[in-house]
Write a protein that binds this ligand. Structure first.
Ligand code: CMP
Length: 145
């Protein structure tokens, strides 16, 4: 778990809907600048309540988002290739509202540090807007469930 993989060649990059409006060069640049991390089944990406310092995009595999409420595990979501997570702590400054674990062997996550995401959001306001929208919708889903 957690080893840094080689940057995929530009023609083998995954499809990430969140980044579909980014210029191709900015998208490739992101994969060159950010580590691609590998997780086996059950490995935790981060814990509920921890400090948020990065944002993750699923390049391969899937993860489960879960939290403990009154000592009971509650599964909030299953996310697969192309999805992302970890935006809430970065946007709000609050601790991680849930833990995330790899659901399968061979999950590959692009780890985008908080400063890199902030820079990207400044350069591409439509990306910042999309992130906020997802964050709001997920918060609402969790409150309603
Ligand atoms: P963060 O709080 O930083 O860390 C846990 C992450 O789980 C959170 O950001 C969101 O990215 C993600 N998350 C929380 N609730 C949901 C949900 N209902 N659907 C999908 N992702 C979620």
């Amino acid at each position: 778990t957690d080893e840094v993989e080689e940057t995929p060649s530009p023609n083998a990059l995954p499809t990430i809907p969140l980044f579909s409006d980014l210029p191709r060069e900015a998208f490739i640049d992101l994969f060159e600048r950010c580590p691609l991390r590998h997780f086996s089944q059950g490995a935790h990406v981060f814990e509920q309540g921890s400090h948020g310092d990065a944002f993750y995009v699923i390049c391969e595999g899937s993860v489960r988002v879960f939290r403990y409420e009154n000592g009971q595990r509650k599964d909030l979501a299953a996310l697969t290739s192309g999805a992302f997570f970890g935006e809430m702590a970065l946007l709000s400054g609050a601790p991680r509202m849930a833990a995330v674990e790899s659901a399968v062997d061979g999950t590959m996550l692009l780890e985008i540090s908080a400063p890199v995401l902030a820079e990207l959001s400044r350069q591409h306001p439509q990306l910042a807007k999309a992130l906020k929208k997802f964050c709001r919708e997920r918060m609402l889903t969790n409150v309603m469930s």
